[in-house]
Design a protein around this ligand. Structure first.
Ligand code: SF4
Ligand code: SF4
Length: 457
């Protein structure tokens, strides 16, 4: 790949901070490292490290279900090794590594999808109650389905399925769509929205709470004595459980019983295995002009006022367009009734952030079925990012050659202006602006995809 990277250093007007070796200046190297590293190189190294953090999260969840891949493990080592002192000063090589990270990240998402579907079955769209049922409550947040499954199994083994109701929170919501989870009588509904509001929502939840991964926050006194962690999650002063959930179950039995309260439902569980069979209908509607545009709007939630952009944009999407979504940012806009276009839901929630893999499968299939280049596909991608898995997803989309992606609520701080400008020029990477303005632009353009995109294979 030949990419011209602008000169960095003082010209970039941006400082860096690196303190990873003993040559570091007091407080870290800034402007330029003693080793010769400049801010743009530092930016690329950080960008790679953050990308593989995201990849590591997906690989971890696949691995703990027994799904392994040597190439992913090797790349994680290779990427980290490349950022050691005095190993690689070539910015183009780092850009290549970032795109390679995108390929490996896609592979990790594919592996995780395989792990989930072979372990828990293929997801199906389901209506998940957002009210409560009678009984003691346990709320499970994070991404670790394995922990939720073990908990439900232990509740059954203890003969407490009629006494305890288990609720999902945030990224745990899609568990309801997997057949193996639906077999448990104690799994009832979903409580609350994204991680951003957890302190308020957990305070209001009267039962015991289990944090399985990100995003957990240090609990205030209001629920600290009802909170537990498991798997990768950890909180100071909070008991950590490994596979034995009896302390959590017993704590739940000490908390007040919840009452039956109806509050509607959220639909989740779309997946390429249940959307690809609708491809003929989708193609027909697109050819007849009844579906004008497909919006992929998803990603993290962030405590940033600019997240209102996503609420406004989804509300403004025209009636003859559909929205595909995933991850926890959707809780800002997934309770609306978007209706259908001749049986095709206008809003489809594909689940957790890693389920972007399903959306990518559908985009590839759509292009093939329509017999058009991906350049001509009427798709716009609008990501919200908070943490490193979303960065890995961004790299996967860039690896696929997809151009014109919108990201928000802000540009990553770890990109220097030079590096962001390089990505803007090469991939037409765009920052969100105003929803009205962006929407007009999206409806009048198609997502440009490089001719050498692996999606076209
Ligand atoms: S690796 Fe380079 S920039 Fe980082 S602390 Fe060492 S000398 Fe400084
Ligand atoms: S999608 Fe991102 S922000 Fe949301 S819970 Fe998962 S890791 Fe956290």
């Amino acid at each position: 790949m030949a990419v011209k990277v602008p000169k960095g250093g003082k010209e970039a007007g941006v400082l860096m901070r690196c303190d990873q070796c003993s040559m570091s200046l007091p407080g870290g190297c800034t402007f330029r490292g003693i080793c010769g590293k400049d801010p743009d190189l530092n930016s690329l190294q950080e960008a790679l490290i953050y990308g593989i953090k995201g990849t590591a999260a997906y690989y971890y969840h696949a691995y703990e279900l027994g799904y392994k891949d040597d190439e992913i493990g090797f790349f994680l080592s290779k990427a980290l090794y490349s950022t050691l002192t005095n190993v690689n000063f070539d910015k183009n090589r780092f850009l290549e590594l970032i795109l390679e990270n995108g390929r490996i990240h896609l592979k990790a998402m594919e592996l995780l999808d395989k792990a989930y579907t072979e372990t828990y079955g293929n997801p199906e769209p389901v209506k998940v109650p957002t009210g409560t049922d009678e009984g003691h409550g346990i709320l499970v947040t994070g991404h670790t389905y394995r922990a939720l499954y073990e908990l439900l199994k232990q509740i059954r083994e203890m003969g407490l399925e009629d006494q305890i109701r288990v609720y999902t929170h945030s990224e745990m919501l899609p568990a309801h769509s997997y057949p193996e989870f639906r077999k448990f009588k104690s799994l009832y509904g979903n409580w609350g929205g994204s991680w951003v509001y957890q302190r308020k929502e957990f305070t209001e939840f009267p039962g015991a709470i289990l944090g399985t991964s990100n995003c957990v926050q240090q609990p205030p006194k209001s629920y600290a004595d009802r909170m537990f962690t498991t798997d990768i999650a950890g909180l100071e002063g909070v008991p950590h459980l490994e596979n034995d959930y009896e302390p959590l179950i017993k704590r739940a039995l000490e908390t007040p019983k919840m009452e039956k309260r109806d509050d509607g439902y959220i639909v989740t569980g779309f997946h390429h295995t249940n959307v690809l069979p609708l491809m003929d209908k989708l193609i027909e509607l697109i050819n007849e002009g009844k579906i004008r545009h497909v919006f992929v709007i998803g990603g993290c939630d962030v405590p940033n006022p600019k997240m209102s952009y996503y609420e406004k944009l989804t509300a403004m999407v025209p009636e003859d367009a559909i929205i595909l979504s995933a991850a926890c940012g959707k809780f800002r806009y997934n309770r609306r009734d978007y209706g259908e276009i001749e049986g095709i839901p206008r809003f489809m929630d594909f689940g957790q952030c890693n389920n972007v893999y399903s959306i990518i499968q559908i985009a590839g299939a759509l292009a093939k079925e329509l017999d058009v280049g991906l350049n001509e596909l009427p798709v716009s991608i609008v990501l919200s990012w908070m943490e490193q898995k979303a960065i890995g997803i961004l790299y996967s989309l860039l690896y696929l050659g997809i151009k014109g992606i919108y990201i928000g609520p802000k540009a990553p701080e770890f990109f220097t202006p030079n590096i962001f400008e390089t990505l803007r020029k090469k991939f037409d990477l765009r920052l969100i602006s105003e929803p009205e303005e962006d929407l007009k632009r999206m409806l009048n353009s198609t997502t440009a995809v490089s001719e050498d995109s692996p999606l076209l294979d």
